[in-house]
Design a protein. Sequence first.
Length: 347
Amino acid sequence: MLFKKFLLIVFILLMAFSFTACKTLVEKETEEGEIKQEELEIPDQQQPEEPASSAGETRMRQTVFYYVNSDGYLVPIMKEIKWVEGIGKAAVRGLIDTDELRNELEAQGLKPSLPSGTQILGMTIRDGLAKIDFNENFLNFEDAQAEKNGVNAVVYTLTEFQTVDRVQIMVNGKILETLNHGTYVGEPLTRKEINLEDGVKGDVAGYSHITLYFASSGADGSFQYFVPVTRRVKPEGNLMKTALEELIKGPCKGKNLYSSIPNDTKLLGIETNGDMAIIDLSKEVMNYGGGITNEMTLVKSILLTLTQFPGINSVKIKIEGKSGLLPEGTMLEQPIIKPVFINSLNL
């Protein structure tokens, strides 16, 4: 009997521990639009995913951050950071301008996305919505482009987590309609229009958005990374076909982006087989200039552009209807699998 009572007490204690471990702060909006925080239980599936680790090892997480390059583009960069409670907040904190981060990024031609002195006053994640509250220093962007990049950096960094698909930005506990330079933040934001080109003027109704991946590098060629660019296009039939044709056209002039695909290359065909896209390019694609870097840039830009489409996880490339080898040895007999990360730089 005593043993049964002991087991009952242990069970109650374990239940109490589990209950408190799953609580977090949740905001409640008052009539004045201010945010108060209350404790509320959140199911396990609402917590950011936690990496497995062996006993005694420091747990690390591969996390994607969005930084700004010298040309004003947002660039996704994977870094490993220590796993901590509130890993989403830690990721956003990794965007804030500090001397340490600025020095870390400078060698790669990148810089922090959020103004110096920005602080996170609170953050919650529930039902796919992340609410994040900043202090007033978050408003200190130097211009409209920096402000838009900062907002997108927060949204894109947080939505890299499987538990987040929308982000509500607040300042000092309040939801603002717009920030100082006009960026709209009055409702939850989603991933869209990263590095939007300004090629289409006037009415954009009826246009679709596609993401193209072009390369960028330092003046001395010491580093290279891929930049996602949003382009507006008139949807005509197969949007994957349109995306690849636009990729072949290349980036806008004067933007310090480049493509290794010769722009006289023709798309002879495109089809899907399960989760694989099969494309057929004309022989002009072989005139990319040689070199393993150019060849890898060519292949990866195609792969990243096509695997943005839902359900596509690999690409098989044919040239004039045939498989084989590219000049530097890339085998085209087998499909090429989508990379886990767009850029994994040694920072």
